[in-house]
Design a protein around this ligand. Sequence first.
Ligand SMILES: [Zn+2]
Length: 304
Amino acid sequence: MSYTLIQEKIDQGKIILLDGGIGAELEKKGAKMDQNLWCGKCSVDSPEFLKEVHENYIYAGADVITTNTYATTPISLRKHGYEDSIELFNKQAVQIAKQAIDNSKKSVCLAGSVSSYGSFIKLGTKSMKPSFNEQIKILSNEGVDLIILEAMTSQAEIVETMLECSSNIKLPVWLSISCVIDENTKNITLGYDDVKNKTKIYEDLEESLKNFSKLHKGPILIAHSDIKTTSAALDTALKNYNGVIGAYPNKGYYEKPNWKFVDDFSPNDYLEVAKKWVSKGVKIVGGCCGIGVEEIKAVSILKQ
Ligand SMILES: [Zn+2]
């Protein structure tokens, strides 16, 4: 489907439903997660499961589904010995998602996920650029309808580099960022807490959003952050960014290479939270890790 239909819905003030997490849903189906490429390897190893996950999200009501390319960044594939398969993993993921859309006969847009997976700050943004450009090019050439920059757990500097790399393509660009609450000040910040590696990154969210808006006019989504943090970050984003705001939070936590599910939040609970976001002006709602088909089905009533 062309992006025009999504743009029309946005212009009419309608709610756009995004899919939920892919990796955790693949796990539920029994697909094997890879120590290094996480669910990225499933595009080649478990294409049928992947197609089913996409189809389930489409039938749940998603207007936009995302390619399983979050973990198949050129930088990560090269690091783990798959330098000859960069095109294969990324192209295959697009083709599987396209098949799912074709099979459904529904008007669904395909977002190509370009991520900072494997791009740790110590690499320096200069060395990440070729990876971002390469993945953007492969996904664009393969026919996605939009690019979603999934800059999750990234510093502002990396986000800006990704925006810069996407500025020359003809496709619409969405930006996803993740946030965390500063342990000491309790302020909402751009960044993350990596307990295992004892890394804490807290950057001013307001200032970061202002800087991002100089490079980006498309939707900004708060993603891969827990629900409480997402709610706080959305308040800041709605105040500090004039464009479209969206959200796709997490539920549970990651223990390499598996997503650990927690059962403390029902699909209906998610709907209640999403209703509040929408009443404040959030226009795009979906899910990240641990928010699956049932939750997307539950929030699909917001589209009416
Ligand atoms: Zn996630």
